[in-house]
Structure formats: structure tokens, C-alpha cells
Write a protein that binds this ligand. Sequence first.
Ligand code: MTE
Ligand code: MO
Length: 229
Amino acid sequence: MADTPDDAPDLEQDGAIRPKLIATKEQWARDGRGLTGASSETTPRDRLPPGQRLVEDWPVLDLGITPKVSADNWSLAVDGLVEQPLSWRWADLQAQPQTTAQSDIHCVTTWSRYDNQWRGVSARDLLALARPRPEARFVVFHSFDGYTTNVALADFAEDGVLLATHWQGQPISLDHGGPVRIVLPKLYFWKSAKWVKRVELLADDHPGFWEVRGYHNHADPWTEERYSD
Ligand SMILES: Nc1nc2c(c(=O)[nH]1)N[C@H]1C(S)=C(S)[C@@H](COP(=O)(O)O)O[C@H]1N2
Ligand SMILES: [Mo]
């Protein structure tokens, strides 16, 4: 089924995939919606990337499925090209060193939100435990709602990238991808997988849900890598 995510969700869930929303976002990619053509070369590199507007609230965006994931049934696999595959339950995650990091959110639908205070396990600490093999160059995040998204291993290993459990000192709500979501501050927010269940390391790139539907493979907000052309 080409129009559904490639992973079957494996928990109970509320809601269903919203085909109209997906079709609309595919059309935005074809239309180049939100593109200003201004690159960081022509505009001052201030805090708000080109084509973005600041919001105070925090919108909820996803495919329409909210998996019934909690600390009790949560699990995480880190696998693929790693020396030490990991299989964590909630207590294993809690036993890791906890990192806090503040960052701005930039969503491709043109909203940005400043000063988000995140806490969780840093990607660097996770990678130090799992030990990527030399051939590993890409990462795919798999989520409990069936969503996937891909990044270069180098981008996952950046400073400030977290498997986040807390936002502004509170547990991340289910709507926003709790109990554990990825936060990848340097890329558009669709790369920050909610409800993450698997971090897969690969030698070859494997485009995710939006990346095969007209959205940019890399997704740098500063150079408006919104869509693939
Ligand atoms: N598992 C999962 N993660 C996801 C998505 C999704 O549908 N499922 N949507 C992405 C998109 S398009 C955005 S903009 C952000 C939205 O996160 P928020 O709802 O916490 O604002 O989550 C990203 N991560
Ligand atoms: Mo998004």
C-alpha cells in the first residue's frame, strides 16, 4: 500500500492516517509553498530562518495516529550497523546520563518556536554505547505510528540532538511524541520523530515518509531545504 507508512504499527492507537492532509502536503511540495528564494547568503543569518514566522504556542502535527505508548509499554531498539545493538525499556533509558539542551523548532509549514528546553539521552551518548560500524553512514528513525524519517549519521551525532523525554521540565505529552521523541534542532522538525521505537543504522540512505513525498532529504532550514526538486 503506497499511501500508508512502511511499518505496521504494533500498539493500540487512536485515530487514523489522514489521506487529505498527506495529499495537501504533497501538493505544497509540488508548489514550493513557503519558499522565499532567500538563502542565508543574501539575508543576514539571524535567528529566524527565511520564510519562517515565530509562534508562541506549540502546534501538534502528525499523520493523525496517536499510538497508545507509555513508559510501561515503551521500548527502543538501536540496531543495524552497530557493534552493540541496544534494546531498552523505560528503566534502561532512565539509567542513562541525562542531558539538557535548549533549541529552536523550525517546521517546514513555516512556524518556528524559540527556546525549547529539552531533556533526555543525547544521541552522542547513545552512539557511544551502540558503537556504529565504520560502514554506518545513515540513520532511519521508526516510530510507533508507522512514521519513518532519515538523516545522515553525522547529523544525528551533532551537538544538541536528543532522545527527549522532557520539554520545559515536564514529561513530553503523548500528542507531542512522548514518552520519547527525537529532537534534531538543526533540521526542519519533520526529522524529529515522535514516539520513536527504533534507531536503525545503515550504509545506504533510505528516505522516510515525507522524504519520498516531495520533501527534502536533508532539510536545512537556513538554506530552505523544504522540498526535493
Ligand atoms: N512519529 C511521527 N513523528 C513525527 C511526525 C509524525 O507524523 N509521526 N510528524 C513530523 C512532523 S511533519 C512535524 S512538523 C513534527 C511535529 O511535532 P509536534 O506535533 O510535536 O509539533 O513531528 C514530526 N515527527
Ligand atoms: Mo511538519
